[in-house]
Design a protein around this ligand. Structure first.
Ligand SMILES: Cc1ncc(COP(=O)(O)O)c(C=O)c1O
Length: 361
């Protein structure tokens, strides 16, 4: 007799993990929107220092990290949640807010974990298509809000489409959302966005207790292997709620130490953003030479439709054979598209050359 699993498990999609973890080191890993830069030496030192104390549990209140984030953003520590990656806070948000009969509104294609929130909770997910510029359609999202809506997720810049909407539009959208509906602004890539000051959204928390800004150390800070993210919240009750539904020690001592140290090096953040912007311009120019027009990226990756005669799976496998790993659009919600993370200049050139070869141009 086989084990019987809950109906919940049968509803939850299996995460479409990127391939290639067992491949050799010299592969260009452009599939997971990671930073191409290794951790800063000071971050490695900070992590090494705490390893001698790992016979003790980590601080379950994450007090030093929350204090550092509070200093950085001017948000009281009581309104800052920490997570084992920002995904942890995202899933806890679903646990804390959703249940059968409740509704969740988000755009599509967007981050592949959002559908898990409705599947895990039994709530109804309402997906609003991106517009033809691959951007969130906030007006259409606002019309989907009903008395049953508990949570609206806006991913800005959006994964996988790379586009961002101006803060002005988000501000106008928030004014339309009733106070009982939580708005989670997923800002995993906000540091790469040049449309607005990445920290300008923090001001909105003062006027909107129903707003949560979800951020991560995985992308610009390059710490995804350690798993640490945070949420700046309009109301401290939200922090208590997401903590209630999780195990107490969700963020390791190494992750907390690394994040605290990484925050001290904003000069490195600026340099990384500048390099990503150069990569954005160069990759876009290279794609244009192949007759491809990507969406307007405000992130550390690009998103584009392949030429009509190209078969997505063949392109992805052809690139992999040439040592370049990218994400196929079908797994992310759009058949015939590719999402490609910007890497080092050498990796970007390798990707463009490989794509030219695969498309036989
Ligand atoms: C839009 C978005 N949000 C959240 C995450 C989660 O990142 P992490 O759990 O590593 O903080 C990702 C990761 O790719 C993402 O693309």
């Amino acid at each position: 007799m086989a084990i019987e699993y809950s109906a919940r498990v049968s509803r939850i999609p299996v995460y479409p993990a990127a391939a290639g973890y067992a491949l050799p080191e010299d592969v260009a890993r452009l599939a997971s929107n990671e930073s191409p830069d290794p951790p800063l030496p000071q971050v490695i030192e900070a992590v090494t220092r705490v390893l001698g104390g790992v016979n003790r549990y980590p601080d379950p209140t994450n007090s030093k990290l929350r204090a550092a984030l509070s200093d950085r953003f001017g948000v009281p520590a009581s309104r800052i949640a920490i997570g084992n990656g920002s995904c942890d806070i995202l899933l806890a948000t679903g646990e804390a807010l959703l249940e059968p009969g409740a509704e969740l509104v988000y755009s599509w294609p967007s981050f592949s974990v959002y559908p898990q929130l409705e599947a895990a909770s039994g709530a109804t997910g309402i997906r609003v298509p991106l517009n033809d510029r691959h951007e969130h359609d906030l007006d259409a999202m606002a019309t989907e809000i009903t008395a049953a809506t508990r949570l609206v997720i806006v991913c800005n810049p959006n994964n996988p489409s790379s586009t961002a909407i101006p803060l002005e539009d988000i501000t106008a959208f928030l004014a339309k959302v009733p106070r009982h509906v939580a708005v989670l602004l997923d800002e995993a890539y906000c540091e790469f966005n040049v449309l607005d000051d990445p920290d300008a959204s923090v001001e909105l928390l003062k006027r909107h207790p129903n707003l949560v800004l979800l951020r991560t150390f995985s992308k610009i800070y390059g710490l995804c292997g350690l798993r640490v993210g945070y949420a700046l919240c309009g109301d401290e009750r939200f922090v208590t709620a997401v903590n209630q539904v999780r195990q107490p020690f969700f963020c390791s001592a190494a992750a907390q130490a690394a994040a605290i140290e990484a925050l001290k090096h904003q000069d490195a953040v600026t340099e990384r953003v500048e390099r990503a912007i150069v990569a954005r311009v160069e990759v876009e120019a290279g794609l244009n030479e192949l007759g491809i027009v990507p969406a307007e990226s405000q992130a550390n990756f690009c998103w584009f439709d392949l030429p009509e005669d190209a078969v997505e799976a063949d392109v992805v496998s052809g690139l992999a054979e040439r040592g370049v790993l990218v994400r196929a659009g079908t797994a992310l919600g759009r058949e015939g598209a590719l999402r490609v993370t910007y890497g080092t200049p050498q990796q970007n050139d390798r990707f463009l050359a490989a794509l030219r070869g695969v498309l036989d141009l």
